[in-house]
Design a protein around this ligand. Structure first.
Ligand code: AGP
Length: 606
């Protein structure tokens, strides 16, 4: 939910840290701050409310050489967005400075104790207690002080601390929030995520849970929470930093919508070897296919919607029951999970707190856990028993698009792969052949944006939208509604079309647009009758229909056509128009599409 970045080395680091924060702004943008140590061991601390550009204004004429520093971009959890609550935070003697991503659950009792000891707090944040507690425990050994601090705080955290009296070092620790480290000759980095430092180094270390890293400009040491030194191997990240840039699009979201043909093609091909499914890292040998009696799927948000599509895919292909849960519900409903269970957790970031904890609960109960993630080296990727990567490349826009369709592609690949393992007769070569046709089909949908601009001009002032579909496209209705509400702030609901007459149809008026997913399918006639029920009550109808279906135009105010595709694979296509409807309506409304209010790309707190 927040982004942290740190540097110690022999270069002037102000610009390095500010550009690192740019790459982390998708994680939260309520406020930002930078703390630097100059060559006279003075701390220079600047913070600003709102987006990073406000902090950058504080550095316009800044030219003091500083080669140690930490930065932070915030998604507020405790304490409203304000300069005083913005990180970094100082201890009482203004010697130590800290940035933090996460939540300290026992901060109020710690704060009370420290106030009794004479500590003076300035902010309403939970974070501030960490640096004061560190100060209270510090007796000259920075590692010992961190050890004692982390033994007291509860919650999730990735934090970094610098000390103006030891300006050539930086210490950081993680528990429940992501943290990476990077190195070059004579300089070391820490950050919440790879893009923040990729411009400077591809030599990246992913810290695991309960690990500490001590950086100096010419060394880096890792420790566990007991203070024992540990060896870690680095990863060479081969991402192209440009991939995380907008490449000429107005927004990351539009760029990522247009990257979908490539993302799902690469996701497909990464699962094939000479046109045969071979999903490495799945470690399927650890579960005998005969044990595959049921699948549980767990996720949040858009990833949850991809699991709902996955339910249709797995049940139709494997003929075993599939349960799908919101991770925040799964964690607390005492699920019936045991050593025979296979639990698939889906997460673009691989860091979502609820999904991560759901995975840990499943593992504790003996289940075989499979993580479907988009971020290499993410916590879920490293803790699950098996991993399947979506190969969508970095997804920066808060509204998930290419990750969603790549997750769907993964479901089709995994179900075909499992069917082979289970000896179920599935014509996988025809599955592969069909899946290869999807990318070019998406390209045709992306060809013409005029219809979306027209829809946006007609309906951008609507206050309510309905999204309706049936069967395997019911989850797409949910996803379309989420896309619209999270970037345009218009209330939208996704519903099974057949449910309309059980209540929601009371909402229909002549200013309420209903988006119908009414592609050619076994349920077409059913969906058409639901559409006509709304039409008969003057509801506005926007149809997403199959090329060549002229009939539907008679009942619709607007029709968006998609190529003719088998119903079973249609969510890969039907979702694209819902993404573009949301994008162009939000754009027409002047919303901040890549950084919608109150949201963040990775929800690493509960
Ligand atoms: C999707 O557009 C939203 N930004 C959000 O629902 C997201 O899908 C959810 O927070 C889960 O994130 P994850 O896939 O990284 O776990």
């Amino acid at each position: 939910m927040c982004g942290i970045v740190g540097y110690v080395g022999n270069r002037d680091c102000t610009k390095i840290l500010l550009s690192g924060l740019e790459k982390l702004e998708y994680r939260g943008y309520d406020s930002a701050g930078l703390a630097l140590i100059d060559k006279n061991n003075n701390i220079i601390l600047k913070k600003a409310v709102g987006k990073l550009e406000n902090l950058k204004k504080e550095f316009i004429d800044f030219n003091i050489y500083c080669s140690t520093g930490i930065g932070h971009t915030r998604w507020a959890t405790h304490g409203k967005p304000s300069v005083i609550n913005a990180h970094p935070h100082l201890d009482s003697k203004e010697r130590f400075v800290l940035v933090h991503n996460g939540i300290i659950e026992n901060y109020s009792e710690i704060k009370e104790e420290l106030i009794q000891k004479g500590h003076l707090f300035h902010s309403d944040t939970d974070t501030e207690v960490i640096v004061h507690l560190f100060e209270d425990k510090y007796n000259g050994d920075i590692l010992e002080a961190v050890k004692e601090t982390i033994n007291i705080i509860d919650g999730s955290y990735a934090f970094a601390i610098i000390d103006k009296e030891n300006p050539d070092m930086l210490i950081a620790a993680r528990h429940g929030a992501p943290l990476i480290a990077g190195e070059n000759e004579n300089e070391r980095f820490v950050a919440s995520d790879v893009p923040a430092i990729l411009a400077h180094t591809r030599k990246i270390y992913f810290l695991d849970e309960m690990e500490i890293v001590l950086l100096k400009k010419d060394s880096m040491e890792f420790f566990n929470f007991e203070g024992k030194k540990i060896e870690k191997v680095h990863n060479n990240i081969n991402w192209d930093p440009l991939m995380a840039e907008k490449s000429g699009y107005d927004h990351f979201m539009l760029k990522e919508i247009y990257e979908q043909p490539k993302a799902i093609r690469e996701t497909l091909f990464s699962k094939l070897e000479k046109d045969v499914f071979n999903i490495k890292d799945l470690n399927l040998d650890n579960i005998h296919p005969d044990n595959l009696r049921k699948i549980n799927m767990v996720a949040c948000g858009t990833s949850y919607h991809s699991c709902l599509v996955g339910k249709f895919v797995f049940e139709k292909t494997l003929r075993i029951p599939v349960d799908v849960d919101y991770a925040s519900e799964f964690r607390y409903r005492d699920p019936v999970i045991d050593k025979n269970s296979v639990v698939i957790l889906v997460s673009q970031s691989g860091e979502t707190a609820d999904t991560l904890e759901a995975m840990r609960i499943a593992k504790k109960r003996g289940a075989y856990t499979i993580a479907v993630v988009n971020v290499f080296g993410s916590t879920m990727a490293r803790e699950a028993d098996g991993v399947i990567y979506t190969v969508a490349g970095p997804e920066i826009g808060v509204a998930s698009t290419k990750a969603f369709t790549s997750q769907l592609m993964t479901m089709y690949c995994l179900s075909a792969y499992l069917s082979e393992k289970m000896g179920i007769a599935v014509n996988t070569s025809s599955v592969i052949k069909t899946l290869k046709t999807i990318s070019p089909m998406i390209e045709t949908v992306l060809d013409n944006l005029d219809i979306y601009k027209e829809i946006a001009s007609k309906y951008y002032k609507a206050t309510d939208f309905l999204y309706l579909g049936r069967g395997i496209n019911y989850p797409v209705a949910l996803e379309g509604a989420l896309k619209l509400k999270e970037i345009s702030y218009i209330h939208a609901e996704g519903y099974p079309a057949g449910e309309m007459k059980h209540g929601p149809i009371a909402l229909i008026e002549n200013e309420v647009p209903s988006v119908f997913i009414i592609n050619k399918s076994s349920l077409y006639k059913k969906v058409l009758s639901n559409l006509q029920e709304i039409r008969a009550r003057d509801g506005i109808i926007i149809s997403i229909a199959t090329q060549g279906d002229e009939n539907i135009a008679k009942y619709s105010d607007d029709v968006i056509y998609i190529p003719d595709v088998d119903e079973f694979y249609s969510p890969l296509l039907t979702v694209i128009p819902t993404q573009l409807i949301a994008y162009f309506i939000a754009k027409k409304r002047g919303c901040d599409i890549d950084k919608p209010r109150n949201l963040a790309k990775s929800v690493t707190v509960e």
